[in-house]
Design a protein around this ligand. Structure first.
Ligand code: CAA
Length: 269
């Protein structure tokens, strides 16, 4: 078997190849792997390149570097000065990333070790399923910033956990631990530590890899398309709502407060 290889795939994204398995790592630990537009574009290019390899790719593990976070969300600093139009553009980029992950014939497992928040949870939700270490946490904290989810959370979270639980998570913005995420079906399987997480994910890809690859690819396509019959129109609603959040003063205040490391003072405007 060929030696595993590592490649920098543009800003802050690494791809390691080990035979037919690709490990895609978002490697921006100084910002808890937050998704700037540049990082999103790089992830998009990475998944498009993996798709172009066809059946040479039999599985992907998507993860975050640094030991603290999978991804702590969209990059709040980058978003602070966005116009509503730029916000919509970024939301669409996030949706294109999710569509590229869902469009890959091979299974993609989100390997979460740490925070999966906001756009980070939305990225994980675009994967086929989520495996996580016990010490991880999950949430859609956008309302704390005067925002709403923008990379598919309003569409995929309800599908994963049901409408009521998704509303509860999105309206409160609260974080849940892996045990709770497992109980509500957000996480498919939990592991004691990062090493056993990756061993478990690799073992699942091996189990899938023993099956007929075209059948797995077809099953994925039908599962994604059936679940997402109205994804495109639903995500367009989200794009409009995400842009509208940027027309509010509370959004400017929420994001400024995060950047300035203080509590926000919301006025309802
Ligand atoms: N964007 C930009 N920078 C971020 C970030 C983000 N989403 N999350 C963390 N960081 C940065 C912090 O600003 C900090 O940088 P500095 O050291 O330069 O100040 C660094 O990462 C470490 O973070 P903290 O010091 O805050 O670490 P902590 O352990 O005290 O807290 C945390 C960790 C609870 C995850 C906290 O960082 C946090 O609340 N992050 C924001 C989470 C969030 O709100 N995510 C949603 C973003 S909006 C979104 O994603 C919209 C969408 O749907 C598209």
């Amino acid at each position: 078997m060929a030696e595993p290889s590592t490649q920098e795939n543009g800003p802050d994204v690494r791809v390691e190849r080990d035979g037919g398995i690709a490990i895609v790592t978002i490697d921006r630990p100084r910002a808890l792997n937050a998704l700037s537009p540049e990082v999103l574009s790089t992830i998009l290019g990475t998944f498009e390149a993996l798709a172009a390899e066809g059946s040479d790719v039999r599985g992907v593990l998507l993860t975050g570097a640094g030991g603290r976070a999978f991804v702590a969300g969209a990059d709040i600093r980058a978003m602070a000065q966005f116009t509503p139009e730029q916000a919509e553009e970024t939301a669409r980029l996030g949706h294109r990333v999710a569509a590229a992950i869902e469009g890959l014939a091979a299974p993609v497992i989100a390997c979460v070790d740490g925070f999966a928040l906001g756009g980070g949870l939305e990225l994980a939700l675009a994967c086929d399923f989520i495996y996580a270490t016990d010490a991880s946490s999950f949430g859609q904290p956008e309302v704390h910033l005067g925002l709403i989810p923008g990379f598919g959370g309003t569409v995929r979270l309800p599908r994963a956990v049901g409408l009521a639980r998704a509303k509860e998570l999105i309206y409160t913005g609260r974080r849940i631990d892996t045990a709770e995420a497992l109980a509500i079906g957000l996480v498919a399987r939990s592991f004691a530590d990062r090493e056993s997480l990756f061993a478990g994910a690799r073992a699942t890809l091996d189990e899938v890899g023993a099956n007929a690859a075209p059948a797995v690819g077809l099953a994925k396509r039908v599962l994604v398309d059936a679940a997402g019959r109205r994804t495109e129109s639903a995500t367009e609603l989200e794009v409009a709502g995400f842009g509208d959040a940027f027309r509010t003063q509370d959004m400017r205040e929420g994001v400024a407060a995060f950047v300035e490391k203080r509590e926000p003072e919301f006025t309802g405007a």
